[in-house]
Ligand binder design. Structure first.
Ligand code: DGY
Length: 419
């Protein structure tokens, strides 16, 4: 309704620090990569210029090797840990974190480009195109060490799905004996029962220290990190983003880049086969150190249509999982299978619903003609926000809000899609 729309606008304005937007005050006081891209999609519903600016500012943090970091530390804020000094990256033009986050940007740039035929709109897309190209090339080279056509992440934070139960096996191989004492800040902002465990944080800190010791050189980090896991969500988000980048190349006159993008798409389509778990019939993680596959149906599987995957041998079992899960919980899409032992309905990425994943999954299903399931996801998202406001995430069991409040990306996808 109108009240919620107004509140969503207020949240985006309040979290706008001047050209870039933070996810929420206190808990996440910096610019985060994929948060900013969803925020841009929200801004585009009422201020196209501000939407472009959000993405342009994100790319100010791009590294020389093409990587776009997951956090941009534009000005120090002690309410967050681990801050810039813990990461120890280069500090010009400002410090950042040392790894990336899911690459939704090219898809959003295509959306913004298609929203207006004004020449200056095309100019802004053109200016971003080479930066997107460099980032996608970085994924295809620096994050696919075995040439599988999948994205291997070097830290759970790179996935954006920090404590997914599928990371438990790879994280169990991380040695935490050298981790110095540290004080978390997240659990002073949010109920610890809704956050990753200390055991997980120790491992996050151990992996971070190894990356720092490598000077964040991408090849060295991939060689030395104890955590190197192919992630179906990032791979599918990148596959989709490459399809959108190809359209942009065509429409913006970057014809010479098309063959390279087509090569990535073909390789990633094949790569997804290596993430199919035939026992559970879903897309899962693959630990590249041990070759162990993930065992649970996470919300990543429901991004298949978004990624443009349409083989009925994949879509039919996924639809069966969808219907089974929808019969089990009151709200879709839980981030992890409620029938799996790892499921916890309020603990971050072990079960809660994230509005941005709902948006991506429903968008893909709509495009593929799966209208009823897409509409179920959208209506459930509306019910969640009506009931619990613009929370960071929601329990699929009782619809209660969890994590931070007044959350930018929840407000943004509300405006762009749910309402
Ligand atoms: C956090 O600090 O919880 C973030 O998820 C890291 O990106």
């Amino acid at each position: 309704g109108a009240d919620l729309d107004a509140l969503a606008h207020t949240i985006l304005k309040d979290n706008d620090l001047g050209g870039y937007t933070i996810p929420t005050k206190g808990l996440y006081p910096y610019q985060w990569n994929w948060d900013s891209v969803f925020v841009a999609i929200g801004f585009a519903t009422f201020d196209l210029n501000r939407a472009w600016q959000e993405i342009e500012n994100l790319f100010e943090g791009q590294w020389d090797d093409g990587m776009v970091p997951h956090i941009l530390f534009r000005k120090n804020d002690p309410s967050y840990f681990p801050g810039p000094s813990v990461w120890g990256t280069k500090s010009e033009p400002f410090p950042t974190s040392g790894h990336s986050q899911p690459p939704v940007a090219a898809t959003a740039v295509r959306d913004l480009f298609e929203q207006s035929s004004a020449p200056e709109n095309a100019d802004r897309a053109k200016a971003l195109f080479p930066k997107l190209m460099a980032w996608h090339r970085w994924w295809a080279t620096c994050r696919d060490p075995k040439g599988h056509g999948t994205v291997a992440i070097v830290h759970p934070w790179e996935s954006g799905r920090d404590n997914l139960p599928d990371w438990d096996e790879p994280l169990s191989n991380v040695d935490t004996t050298g981790v110095p004492e540290y004080t978390r800040k997240d659990t002073s902002h949010v109920d610890p029962d809704m956050r990753p465990l200390k055991k997980d944080y120790d491992r996050y800190m151990a992996i971070l220290a190894i990356g720092k010791a490598c000077g964040w050189d991408a090849a060295e980090v991939v060689e030395k990190t104890p955590f190197l896991v192919a992630d179906p969500a990032i791979t599918m988000i990148l596959l989709r983003a490459n399809r959108d980048l190809l359209v942009l190349a065509d429409k913006l006159g970057f014809q010479n880049d098309k063959a390279e993008i087509e090569g990535w798409i073909a390789k990633q389509e094949r790569g997804m086969d290596s993430l199919w778990n035939p026992e559970i019939k879903a897309y899962v993680t693959r630990n590249l150190r041990t070759d162990v596959l993930g065992t649970g149906v996470s919300s990543a599987s429901f991004l298949a249509s978004y990624a443009g995957l349409s083989d009925p041998k994949v879509i039919e079992p996924l639809n069966a999982h969808f219907d089974r899960i929808a019969g089990k919980v009151d709200f879709m899409l839980p981030s992890y299978d409620p029938d799996h032992a790892g499921f916890e309905h309020k603990r971050y990425w072990r079960g809660p619903i994230w509005a941005v994943v709902n948006y991506l999954a429903a968008r893909g299903m709509t495009e593929a003609g799966e209208v009823a399931r897409a509409e179920k996801i959208r209506q459930d998202t509306v019910r969640l926000v009506e009931r619990s406001g613009f929370a960071e995430y929601f329990s699929p069991v009782d619809g209660s809000g969890a994590g931070g409040n007044s959350f930018s990306w929840t407000a943004a996808v509300w405006l762009a899609w749910a309402t």
